[in-house]
Design a protein around this ligand. Structure first.
Ligand code: BG6
Length: 497
């Protein structure tokens, strides 16, 4: 990880929505960790902006509690925590109150701030207001230094709303000031997909329709929707995970080699993948997607209430908590290779994995007992929680009875590097401070992802269902989920212990 380095000019990290969950669980612990490891620019301060009746001292107390509870390296380093807390200031105002922005201006002047990073960690409805107010107060520009804005997901709820938000953002900020976060891109193992593919010579020749039978991408979670049910009811897997995290994993897996490793070159290639997705329309939407909803069940010995039992969920809800989809990237590399995607809440294991399933041999030579199956070559990239890469192949089992068994070569991140991968937010916050937008989503990219996703949403809306198939929490979806991939003679990979 790089360092935002001592530049001599003062930097302010302004958090809109500083009283919220994201700030306390992710942003402040990440800032603490960056401070502890000497990576924050100096001088540096954190300014909280929110409605709650706090002052500097109250903000510091709350942020101290957040670090103590959520810092990933425990016990907490008291000195690093104190310097961070001392740098904190609070502006109390509603997001639509111009005087709050004047106070912010005065604070910048008092603290001689030259660089400003605005972090929007509020509910998304507040984004346009905050952006407009920043523009009204001419806070989008600096006479010296830089100004940037980091925007959390969800970036819109469909193509039209994402376009409207983008228009509001571009009404105030230049695109190169805008950092749209998808925290998946900050995960070390997600970044490693690019290194694996483009820093090694032996994989690329196989990474295409000539050798790959199909690809599976899974984002499986054990948690139910819990207290987020109200939000989730309006989102479902499609908006919560598919439009962003899953499509991002797909772009990194399918993209062509960029001409350089920088923000423009990498994102140019990613956006081409999204633009090459075969659009789904009408009946194709139903044929290529499969939705389901979880009922009560038990996971790791804990009872999970059914989705419809959660507060905020419509009793007739058809919001999907499980989604499988079949996608095609219609370009020369991938034409004809199905990409199966699945994601769900209340599934048996927490696992995010990309698996490249290679074609079988052209002719079977061994008329033996074959426990490895016809197409034993699978390259599985495990993003979490067991970070690593595994290549499976068939080997002759010892002994006189000729048998082929599946064996594997394995890279285990934690064993190899003797450490847990760092938290995604540390990397992303640092990159936004340094001004490296490679791991952030560009405007054309987020709109292309929404264009594809909105066609699916429209297809579902045009052919409404009265209820979705159900699955018991703690299972891999209803039987229909297996049939979805099984009708083409394929099966989902078995994940977990
Ligand atoms: C968030 C979704 O973006 O990602 C959550 O809103 C989901 O519903 C989370 O649980 C998963 O992130 P991670 O890093 O735990 O895999």
């Amino acid at each position: 990880m790089q360092t935002a380095q001592v530049s001599g000019s003062s930097t302010a990290f302004i958090i809109f929505g500083v009283t919220g969950d994201l700030t306390q669980r992710k942003l402040i612990p990440a800032l603490y960790e960056l401070n502890r490891t000497g990576r924050l620019p100096q001088p540096f301060c954190v300014i909280g902006f929110a409605r709650r009746d706090w002052d500097d001292a109250e903000m510091q107390r709350n942020m101290q509690a957040a670090v103590v509870q959520f810092a990933r390296n425990q016990p907490v380093d008291a000195a690093a925590l104190q310097t961070l807390l001392k740098s904190m200031h609070y502006v109390r105002a509603s997001f639509d109150d111009g005087t709050g922005y004047q106070s912010l201006c005065s604070l910048f002047a008092d603290l001689k701030i030259e660089n400003r990073l605005y972090y929007l960690a509020t509910p998304p409805e507040a984004y346009p207001t905050i952006i407009k107010r920043l523009g009204d107060a001419q806070l989008e520009q600096c006479t010296s230094g830089w100004t940037r804005v980091v925007i959390e997901k969800p970036y819109g709820t469909n193509l039209a709303s994402a376009q409207a938000l983008d228009k509001a953002v571009h009404g105030v900020f230049q695109e190169d000031q805008v950092y749209r976060i998808d925290h998946y891109l900050g995960k070390e193992t997600v970044q490693n997909i690019l290194v694996f593919r483009f820093a090694n010579g032996i994989f690329d020749p196989l990474w295409n329709r000539h050798h790959v039978d199909h690809i599976q991408i899974t984002v499986s979670e054990t948690v139910g929707v819990g207290s987020r049910a109200g939000y989730y009811e309006t989102a479902g897997v499609i908006r919560d995970i598919f439009q962003n995290h899953l499509l991002q994993l797909l772009t990194l897996t399918a993209m062509e080699t960029p001409v350089a490793f920088n923000a423009d070159a990498v994102r140019n290639e990613k956006v081409k993948v999204l633009q090459s997705l075969r659009p789904l329309n009408g009946q194709d939407v139903l044929n290529n997607t499969y939705r389901a909803q979880y009922m009560a069940g038990t996971i790791d010995g804990k009872r999970i209430p059914g989705y419809k039992e959660e507060v905020g969920v419509n009793p007739d809800s058809t919001t999907e908590t499980y989604l499988a989809a079949r996608l095609f990237v219609d370009n020369w590399r991938w034409a004809g290779v199905p990409i199966y995607i699945r994601s769900g809440k209340a599934l048996p294991v927490r696992a995010t994995e990309i698996s490249i399933q290679f074609k079988q041999v052209p002719l079977s030579l061994f008329n033996w007992r074959n426990l490895a199956g016809d197409a034993p070559n699978v390259l599985a990239i495990s993003i979490q929680p067991h970070e690593g890469i595994t290549l499976t192949f068939g080997a002759k089992a010892p002994g006189p009875i000729n048998t082929i068994e599946p064996v594997s070569m394995n890279f285990d991140y934690v064993k190899t590097f003797a450490s847990e991968p760092p938290e995604a937010y540390e990397r992303l916050i640092l990159d936004s401070l340094v001004g490296d937008a490679t791991l952030f989503t560009r405007s054309d990219e987020v709109l292309a992802a929404w264009k594809y996703t909105t066609a699916i949403l429209d297809g579902w809306a045009a052919q409404p269902v009265s209820h979705l198939p159900v699955y018991e929490a703690g299972t891999w979806g209803p039987p229909g989920a297996d049939d979805f991939i099984g009708r083409e003679g394929r099966a989902w990979r078995q994940l977990g212990p």
